[in-house]
Design a protein around this ligand. Structure first.
Ligand code: FAD
Length: 642
């Protein structure tokens, strides 16, 4: 192996979105030497793109809100498949995480009496999303970055070096986790660090560390129409798999109901749910508010049955039920899909979303509440949303499945010293995430991951070891392989075909035959990706970067397709045309994916089933028995007269 740059830390956090930064702040606050490594520029992460807000039951706008209501909404949104302990911790701790942000300098929008304002969002019973216009993620990242700078200033004063205990490495892609054998762990190994390359120079680098926190976000780039940007190639999920940590519930992919559908160059870009939270309605080509026809039985009692009641709810939530445009995302996405299929779509294959005449303050209020949406449509589609309807349709947005983690510590069960938080981790959101619950998830579990990674690194102390040279050599050889192949495949072509396959065959509505065909195509694409070659040198070579990302996308997409084929029911983000009903038996099943042989030439995924841990009795008591019967098996229901 060539001479390689080496860094040594106690905790290495991979990913600089909300989860990664919150984890890094926690590890450093505990006095440990911490590195943050990110693939893109520091500050450029999905978190920054989050628009609507952070869900936390502070009760500022409706004092009836509290953690129990938030917990219930989250479980209902996820159709009871959620890891209930994560949902409980999340609901309890989210308000503290928002207060903490404020104490670190975040400037949230205010209520008339000066408290942090909270807005309505799909699936949340009360106004719950703390927000900054429609640019909440930007404020969240700005605040966390500011906190990092404050900690670095402390270190400057104490050690004369601002990066003594917290350093950010940007534009560095990690391609492998490094491990050492450990008989005490499930997978037989523990973390020793991470291997990656600098995107600009193409040079390799090694981070030696006993604890790694994965916070790399989503997988959207495996699909053709997506709100995700270029970094989201499932890297963290694949890194965990390759190190021996399983992924769970990968069949649950969220298709956000409202992405732009026109012009083609911006297809998939997100149209925030706050448009509907602030009064926007969905119309078909016949001008009908069609969502009233799509309220599923499980939600019938909670949603308005007439337009009048739905409209009254915006000003009087005590005496009216919410409009069905605010159903959980999976329901709205399926409804739009059905309208388009029935020939009632908009000219470019979506439906209409309008805020015109829907806000008392007219044009001015629209521009104040939805500044980014106003500019997005004006600049990208030449549509003035204060005067015209938007055209929108489903877009692949978020993955509910992810790395299996312990709910309290964020530790992965497979590999000692490996932690995961944020979108890359699975369990919290069950089969469907509620809007706003991601930003709060990042802060709650980012903090927990940072804390427990730091504790582990402290405990391991002198027993920490570096990875064997052969592992570094293998990681380098793997990364250089695209320069060595003859009669090369074009990585861009393989990527396009992968995206088309996932969109067409494992998309919003799924069928057995199509998913089986997807798996055959994925096998072929795997063989072609192994021959994906690039020309030129290693200095900023995007073709090479994509060739390396293909391994991750193919692995993760195989997990999605295999799990989706296996789960014979429809629930949340997983809709089977051939199994349209939700099954109480299947709710108890956790599907886990692991790699058969991480050192094999061709990697393949193994699927196993395990049983979900039954919900604690005191949490079950938060629901009416009638509601529980819609989700749980008879055996799981609390006592007959309970
Ligand atoms: P991210 O913020 O996605 O950050 C991932 C980090 O990992 C990045 O720094 C990236 O460079 C790095 N990385 C990835 N791979 C590697 C690698 N191999 N090596 C090194 N670094 C790597 N949620 C809400 O709750 N409310 C909202 O209003 C909302 N709006 C959204 C709007 C849009 C357009 C999108 C796309 C998402 C939105 N979401 C929202 C979802 C939410 O933003 C994301 O789920 C969340 O930000 C994910 O945060 P994270 O910290 O897990 O990862």
């Amino acid at each position: 192996m060539s001479e390689v740059e080496r860094h040594s830390y106690d905790v290495v956090v991979i990913g600089a979105g909300g989860a990664g930064l919150r984890a890094a702040i926690e590890a450093r606050a505990r006095g440990l030497r911490t590195a943050v490594v990110c693939k893109s520029l520091f500050g450029k992460a999905h978190t920054v793109m989050a628009e609507g807000g952070i869900a936390a039951s502070m009760g500022n706008v409706n004092s009836q809100d509290g953690w129990k209501v938030h917990f219930r909404d989250t479980m209902r949104g996820g159709k009871f498949l959620n890891n209930w302990r994560m949902a409980e911790l999340h609901a309890k701790e989210a308000p503290d995480r928002v207060w903490e942000l404020e104490s670190w300098g975040a400037l949230f929008d205010r209520t008339a009496d000066g408290r942090i304002s909270q807005r309505n969002f799909g699936g949340h019973e009360y106004p719950r999303l703390a927000h900054v216009g429609d640019r909440t993620g930007l404020e969240l990242i700005r605040t966390l970055q500011q906190r990092i700078v404050a900690l670095q200033q402390e270190d400057e004063r104490e050690f004369g070096d601002p990066e003594a205990r917290l350093r950010v490495f940007q534009e560095c892609t990690i391609t492998r986790l490094l491990t050492v054998p450990d008989a005490g762990s499930e997978a037989g190994n523990r973390i020793a660090g991470a291997f990656g390359y600098w995107r600009e120079s193409g040079r390799f680098t090694v981070f030696d560390a006993p604890a790694v926190v994965l916070a790399t976000g989503g997988i959207g780039k495996g699909f053709k129409v997506t709100s995700n940007s270029w970094e989201y190639t499932g890297d963290g999920q694949a890194l965990a798999l390759l190190a021996g940590a399983p992924l769970i519930n990968m069949e649950f992919v969220q298709f956000h109901p409202t992405g732009m559908v026109w012009p083609p160059s911006v297809k998939g870009i997100l149209v925030t749910e706050s448009v509907r939270g602030d009064g926007g309605v969905l119309l078909n080509s016949e001008g009908e508010r069609f969502m009233f026809d799509y309220i599923p039985d499980v939600f019938k009692e909670k949603y308005a049955r007439t337009k009048e009641e739905g409209d009254r709810w915006y000003t009087d939530q005590e005496n009216n039920r919410r409009p069905p445009e605010l159903l959980p995302r999976d329901e709205v996405a399926r409804a739009i899909n059905s309208e388009v299929k029935a020939g009632r779509g908009s000219p470019h294959g979506g439906v209409f979303l309008t805020v015109v005449d829907r806000m008392a303050g007219g044009t001015e209020e629209i521009r104040r509440k939805l500044p980014s949406m106003y500019h997005q449509f004006k600049e990208l589609a030449d549509v003035d949303i204060t005067a015209e309807a938007m055209e929108v349709g489903p877009t692949c947005h978020y993955v509910m499945g992810g790395i299996a983690v312990d709910p309290d510590t964020a530790a992965t069960p497979g590999v000692l010293g490996l932690y995961a938080a944020g979108e890359v981790a699975g369990g919290m959101h069950g089969s469907n995430r509620l809007g706003g619950n991601s930003l709060s998830d990042l802060l709650v579990f980012g903090r927990r991951a940072g804390e427990h990674a730091a504790r582990y690194a402290e405990e391991i102390g002198e027993a920490r070891r570096e990875a064997a040279q052969e592992q570094l050599d293998a990681a380098e050889a793997e990364a250089l392989a695209p320069f060595a192949v003859e009669s090369a495949e074009n990585p861009y072509t393989v990527h396009q075909e992968l995206q088309q396959t996932m969109n067409d065959l494992v998309g919003i509505i799924r069928r057995e035959g199509e998913m089986a065909e997807a798996l055959t195509r994925l096998d072929e694409l795997k063989a072609r990706a192994a021959k994906a070659g690039v020309e030129g040198h290693r200095q900023y070579n995007p073709g090479w970067h994509l060739a390396l990302d293909l391994r991750n996308m193919l692995l993760v997409c195989e997990c999605v397709a295999r799990s989706a084929l296996e789960r014979r029911e429809s629930r949340g983000g997983h809709t089977r045309d051939d199994y349209p009903a939700m099954s109480a038996e299947w709710r108890r099943v956790v599907l886990a994916c692991s790699i058969v042989d991480p050192d094999a030439q061709t990697l393949s995924v193994r699927l196993t089933r395990s049983e979900a841990v039954p919900m604690r009795a005191d949490l079950l008591e938060l629901f009416e028995r009638d509601e529980l019967t819609k989700y749980l098996t008879d055996a799981e229901l609390p006592g007959k007269d309970g």
